[in-house]
Design a binder for this molecule. Structure first.
Ligand code: GLU
Length: 269
């Protein structure tokens, strides 16, 4: 009996310690899930620093929540593990080209949106055969697992198309070499992400520029944490109003920055 109780206590303490290191509040860190492989949005630099619109938004929000820059810790999130990172408390928030969707709203709380984009297509520069979503019906397409982008295409074109034409990778960065060496004909996801890839390799790729969805990026956090969610909504409104939003657009999107003229209104649902 005693042994058992002791065992249970050890397990409880270990679980608590694991919770504290994995998450946040215990060591004063504010852990943010971002993408590491999306230039312009969230990218880990060769020197280990982080750059992108999502990174800037995350830093602004963290500061408004009372965290210093050195307390913010970035953790790589993939499209497929964003929900679980939040639900399991492995991060405080996710700022990772994370669309507010009805399916996700059931398990994740979203502040924002802080950016609106649309699903688009990236092809090789010399491929003139793809000019809109309908052209993908007979083309090999790459998307990321757990992302809403391949799902939209699979829903549109059906299961037979999915098994014949769709390749899924852990992230969009991993789709790029497949497009380059002609294993696929297109990458389809948000224009923001594709624009980042296109501007990093001038002349190699072409952004089709005919968006066929509306993607509203939200800051994801635990569904039940309504207090923090409202604080983040206020932070986003402040960021939109004080010129920071526009500054981050210009700093991260270069020539494509012209597409983003005004921040979207925050939606409280
Ligand atoms: N915004 C879409 C999503 O949340 C596509 C981009 C991504 O997977 O990060 O699924």
């Amino acid at each position: 009996m005693r042994v058992h109780r002791f065992g249970a206590a050890v397990i409880a303490v270990a679980a608590l310690a694991a919770g504290l290191t994995a998450c946040s509040s215990g060591n004063g860190k504010f852990v943010v899930g971002i993408k590491f492989d999306q230039p312009g949005m969230g990218q880990k630099q060769p020197d280990g620093s982080f750059k992108g619109f999502d990174v800037d938004v995350a830093r602004y929000v963290a500061k408004e929540l009372g965290y210093r820059d050195d307390q913010v810790e970035f953790k790589e999130a993939a499209s497929a593990n964003r929900d679980a990172f939040i639900q399991q408390g492995q991060v405080n928030i996710v700022v990772a080209t994370y669309s507010i969707t009805d399916a996700r709203k059931k398990k994740i709380g979203f502040a924002g949106p802080y950016l609106v984009t649309g699903q688009d297509i990236l092809t090789r520069a010399d491929d003139t055969t793809i000019n809109g979503v309908d052209d993908l019906k007979t083309k090999k397409v790459c998307g990321a697992q757990g992302s809403s982008s391949p799902k939209l295409l699979a829903d549109k074109f059906g299961d037979a198309w999915k098994s014949q034409y769709l390749t899924e990778q852990p992230g969009y960065g991993a789709c790029l070499p497949l497009l380059e060496n002609k294993q696929v004909d297109a990458i389809s996801t948000d224009a923001t992400i594709l624009a980042g890839f296109a501007s990093r390799s001038p002349g190699k790729f072409r952004l089709v520029g005919k968006p066929f969805s509306e993607e509203k990026y939200g800051v994801g956090l635990k569904l039940e944490d309504k207090d923090t969610r409202e604080k983040i909504n206020k932070a986003i409104e402040k960021m939109d109003g004080d010129g920071s939003w526009k500054k981050y657009i210009d700093a991260n999107f270069g020539e494509f920055g012209n597409f983003f003229t005004t921040p979207p209104a925050v939606e409280r649902y």
